[in-house]
Design a protein around this ligand. Structure first.
Ligand code: COA
Length: 198
């Protein structure tokens, strides 16, 4: 499986780094604050979310990184490194085809400030330049207009709709699929710089 360097990566405003065991409390605080928003779209947030849930996530994230299953990055501000701002993750959906996916969430008190766009721009650089992916997809539940806007800002192309692909709480939601190809990334990355996201 592909491996990634575990050192921190930087954006103009944030640090992206792998999770550590002592992150549990900070993750729990951020998720707890954001549950009303997260629950609308993310199945893992729809159930009971406790400190052990956060601890399980952090432990699994560390194992996933070491096994090359997925790379979860904690988004932090260098001047306030103990406060969890959000997550951005990359994983392969097909290793032989060099195809992967990205997912993200941002704590509610930090939304609307381009945190997600800036962090995901950096994650895309990791995906294309370090993991050498050919294609990165984003799956967004229909109705999640904030996330669709992130996809549009980053230059993802809308590709279609997967019907009733995810069950969130008791409801089946459709997913839209968005894709960015490596050759498109090399063009978009210049625009990210102009926007000060990279
Ligand atoms: C979706 C989410 C990640 C966006 O994070 P963020 O840091 O606020 O994103 P950004 O600020 O980079 O960009 C959000 C854009 O969506 C816009 N937006 C937000 N809510 C919107 C809404 N209801 N309708 C239309 N546009 C909306 C913002 O204005 C902004 O666009 P702009 O920069 O052109 O003004 C965050 O709201 C979140 O974590 N939501 C809950 C979990 C989730 O949905 N995760 C993604 C699953 S695919």
């Amino acid at each position: 499986m592909p491996q990634l360097d575990s050192g921190p990566r930087h954006t103009p405003r944030f640090t992206l780094r792998p999770f550590r065991r002592r992150d549990t409390a900070a993750v729990y605080d951020a998720v707890k604050e954001s549950l009303p928003e997260l629950r609308k779209w993310l199945p893992w947030a729809a159930g009971n979310y406790t400190r052990p849930t956060a601890q399980h996530y952090v432990r699994d994230s560390i194992s996933a990184w070491n096994e090359g299953r997925a790379w979860d990055f904690a988004i932090r501000r260098p001047e306030d490194p103990g406060r969890h701002v959000g997550n951005v993750s990359i994983w392969f959906t097909s290793t032989p085809n060099l195809v992967g996916e990205i997912g993200y969430w941002v704590r509610t008190s930090e939304t609307g400030r381009s945190v997600c766009t800036e962090a995901t721009a950096r994650a895309l650089q990791i995906a294309f330049e370090e993991l050498r992916l050919h294609r990165v997809a984003l799956r967004i539940a229909v109705g999640n207009l904030g996330s669709e806007r992130v996809a549009e800002k980053l230059g993802f192309r809308f590709e279609g709709t997967l019907r009733e692909e995810v069950k969130v709480g008791h409801e089946w939601l459709d997913h839209t699929v968005w894709g960015l190809l490596e050759r498109e990334w090399w063009v978009e990355r210049e625009r990210y710089r102009e926007q000060a996201w990279a």
